[in-house]
Every structure is written in C-alpha cells, then in structure tokens.
Design a protein around this ligand. Structure first.
Ligand SMILES: Cc1cc2nc3c(=O)[nH]c(=O)nc-3n(C[C@H](O)[C@H](O)[C@H](O)COP(=O)(O)OP(=O)(O)OC[C@H]3O[C@@H](n4cnc5c(N)ncnc54)[C@H](O)[C@@H]3O)c2cc1C
Length: 419
C-alpha cells in the first residue's frame, strides 16, 4: 500500500508522522513544490524576520534525518501537476508519475492579491519561507513600510519590522484590527500596543492608490488624499484555499475542499487536510458537551493546531483506527512582548454576544471570554497562560462560567473548572 501526500508543510508532515505512529508500515511519499527542508510557517512573521539567514535550520519542521528515520520519502522542489483519480496516479511537473492507494491533499492556501501590483517591485506577500527571506532582505535597506491588512500576519510583520527600526503604517479596511478573528477587546488591546510602539494605524481606511516610481513601489495615497512615501509594501489580506488539484480529481469544492470529519473527500481514496480543507460535520463528534455545535457544520480553520489535528484524523481513517479525541481549536500570536493564546472560535459581535474581560495573574495579563446565548464560544488570553488553559478546559468540557463571576477577579475559576 502507498500513501502519497501532496504538500510538505504542517498538515502533510503531521499526517505522515501520525500514519507511522499508528503503525502504518507501507510506503509514504510527500511531494512538496518548494525546494529545501520544509520550514515552520508561524516564525516567518516573527523570529524568522530577525534571524541570521545562515541559521534557518532551527525553523525546520523536522530535521533532515527524521524523514529517513521514519522511512518517509520526501520529494521537494517538484510540483504535482495533475491527479488521475480513475487510475489512482499523480503526475509531477518533471514528468514522473506515481501511483497511490490513498492520496492526501495537504496543499494549503495561497495569499489573496491586490490588483494592479504585479508589475511593481518592492511589493511582498507572506506565506512561505522564500517570501519571508525577501521581506527580511528588503527591510534591511528600508526606512519605511506600508502594510495592507490588519489581521494577525499583517500585525505580526508590523511588530517585527518596527522592532528592527522600520517606520510602519498599517491600513485596515474594517472598522477594527483583527475584525474577522478576534473579539473587540482584543482588537482594542492590539490597537493600543501598536500605537504605543509608533505604528501609524489607518483603521477603517482603504489605500486609494499605490505610487509607482519607475516600476518600484514608492508609497500610497490615502482615501483622504494624503500621500505617504514608503520603501516597501507588504500585503496581508488573507488567503484562498488551494483547490485546483482537488477539482481536477473530481472532489467537491466550496470555500475549500469538502471533507467529512474523517477528512475524506467525496472521491474514494482521497483525503484533504489543513488550511485547504472545509470540514462538514453535524457537530455530534466535535468538541465536548454543548460546545460541540460551535465547530459543527462547514468550517475551514487556518492554524497549526488544525493542520496537526486534521493530519492525525486522516491518518486514523487511512489506518482504520478511531479518530483522536477533539480539542477546542487553538491559536497563538506574538507581537512585541505580548503573547496571545486563544481557544475556540470567536463569534462575530451581535446582540446575543458578550465579551467579558477577566484580569490575569500578572498585572498586564488578562483574558476575554466570548459568551453567545449564555454559552462559552472562545477564550483569548494575553500574557495569561493560566486563563487560557482554564478557558480551553471549559470549552472542552462544555462548561460556561457566569459572565458576572468571570469579571470578578475573586471568583475561583480553577475550583469551578475542577467541579
Ligand atoms: C507568516 C505566517 C504566520 C503564521 N502564524 C501562525 C501562528 O502564530 N499560529 C498558528 O496557529 N498558525 C499560524 N499560521 C498559520 C499556519 O502556518 C497554517 O495554518 C499552516 O501552515 C497550514 O498548514 P498546511 O500544511 O495546511 O498548509 P501550508 O503551510 O500552506 O502548506 C501547503 C504546502 O503545499 C505545497 N503545495 C501546494 N500545492 C502543491 C502542488 N501542486 N505540488 C506540491 N506541493 C504543493 C505548498 O508549497 C506548501 O508548502 C501562520 C501562517 C503564516 C503564513
């Protein structure tokens, strides 16, 4: 039996590892279009941007011996060009064809682009190590940068560049930073953090025009007609799932490759995992208790935890094992000296939702608890690992502390969780 995995990043490698841990002893081949040893993605907007270019091996997802030690064939620098689901084979761009018994699509997602910038130098996106290298190189000669997009990646890059002495301006079209993923109190916290660090924030503001100086990015014009000169532009406006190969194979597609809770697509023998997979479940096998419904029907999560978890789920299905138990989805971000940890999925603000701020143990630490319809949906903790752990446990056990109790620093949350 042979398992072929397309994509050698967080999800693909987690799946290969889990197959071996589950006792699978057939062939495993990972095909990755980028060259070199696969590297972790989260540091690319954080420590990697300040790291010594000769010391990248510390960011490797696995060290180079790991693949041979686990009898996993890693083919890098070659793209899968086509899938023939009928004959169960994939064709590589270099002409090689490989047959498979099970195929795992771990092809991730691609940054969305702004129109009209393709021909301009000095414009960057950030998904892969080569993108981060380009940003790092550009930043060494730049005095100023514009970032379009006030999501996690845009803000992490803003913090990293600011720390190296670059003057940064951030443009976010929504009415708050992190609007798609974080609660309003967390948006407020990061707004203050960046303002205090000297970042020029343009919230609720579009870039009206990009200034092109002889083919190079030279700055932007703001919606109210001001000109802002800058040496480089980073675009961080979200990603689109990679679905091309899946479509070619006959897989059903929505805003991602459609899979069930076992990560199987509608095409026999083909699985999809990681950022590209859109999971459709009835919620009954989701995280414990009532909180199950929150990650119920139709969800595509972009995080390391989801990449790992979905890889393990596909591996269990391929091996015919029971799936791993559910954890609340978790995520982290690092900006300046602040570490955010979140668990669950933050609901969009509405009349039915309250966001309760709870002080942490440390003076500058706190957590924000999102309750919707009286039920806990998410916990976001800044400089407060204990608050995060307690919140994650509540989510996994289906426990919802009372809003007034949560806001009260004297309330013994630990005892509440212990039951
Ligand atoms: C800068 C940055 C910072 C992040 N920070 C955090 C963080 O702090 N916390 C967190 O939880 N998450 C973070 N994330 C998100 C996290 O890294 C992603 O959720 C994770 O990488 C998803 O893994 P994946 O394997 O599904 O996809 P990807 O990492 O996108 O990998 C997909 C791989 O498939 C390969 N591929 C695609 N098509 C083909 C083909 N046809 N043939 C061969 N290979 C192909 C691609 O080259 C790529 O290497 C960050 C992401 C980025 C980019």
């Amino acid at each position: 039996m042979r398992v072929v995995i397309i994509g050698g990043s967080h999800a693909g490698i987690a799946c290969a590892e889990s197959l071996r841990q589950n006792g699978y002893d057939g062939q495993i081949t990972i095909i990755e279009r980028l060259g070199g040893l696969p590297l972790e993605r989260p540091p690319l907007s954080k420590a990697f941007l300040a790291a010594d270019p000769d010391d990248e091996s510390r960011f490797a997802l696995r060290n180079k011996d790991w693949y041979a030690n686990h009898d996993i064939t890693l083919k890098t620098g070659v793209e899968v060009a086509a899938i023939d689901a009928g004959s169960r084979s994939v064709s590589l761009a270099d002409g090689e064809a490989l047959s498979y018994d099970r195929l795992v699509l771990a092809t991730g997602a691609t940054p969305r682009r702004l129109g009209g910038l393709d021909a301009m130098s000095g414009v960057y996106e950030l998904r892969h190590p080569e993108d981060a290298r380009s940003i790092r190189d550009a930043a060494t000669n730049a005095a100023s940068a514009v970032i379009v997009g006030g999501g996690y990646i845009g803000l992490e890059v803003a913090a990293s560049l600011t720390k190296t002495g670059v003057n940064v301006a951030v443009f976010e079209a929504a009415d708050r930073l992190l609007a798609r993923v974080a609660s309003p109190p967390i948006s407020d916290f990061f707004t203050t953090l960046h303002s205090d660090a000297g970042v020029d924030l343009h919230i609720g503001s579009h870039v009206a025009d990009f200034i092109n100086d002889k083919g190079a990015f030279a700055g932007v014009t703001t919606a109210n007609g001001k000109t802002l000169s800058a040496d480089m532009l980073v675009v961080g406006i979200g990603v689109a799932p990679e679905t091309g190969l899946a479509e070619m194979a006959g897989c059903a597609i929505g805003n991602g490759i459609l899979v069930g809770s076992d990560m199987a697509t509608n095409v026999d023998g083909i699985y999809a995992i990681g950022d590209g997979a859109l999971v459709q479940t009835d919620g009954t096998d989701a995280i414990g208790g009532e909180a199950a419904v929150h990650i119920g029907a139709g969800i595509r999560i972009e995080s390391v935890h989801n990449a790992q978890d979905s890889g393990e789920r596909a591996a269990a299905a391929i091996n015919g094992h029971a799936p791993p138990s559910r954890q609340a989805p978790w995520f982290w971000s690092e900006q300046y000296d602040a570490r955010l940890q979140s668990a669950g999925l933050v609901p969009p603000p509405d009349d039915d939702t309250v966001f309760v701020r709870r002080p942490g143990k440390r003076e500058t630490g706190f957590s924000v608890w999102s309750l919707k319809g009286g039920m806990l949906y998410a916990v976001e903790a800044v400089r407060d690992p204990a608050g995060y752990m307690l919140g994650k446990t509540c989510l996994e056990r289906g426990l919802t502390p009372d809003a007034a109790q949560l806001a009260d620093p004297a309330f013994d949350l630990k005892a509440f969780v212990a039951g």
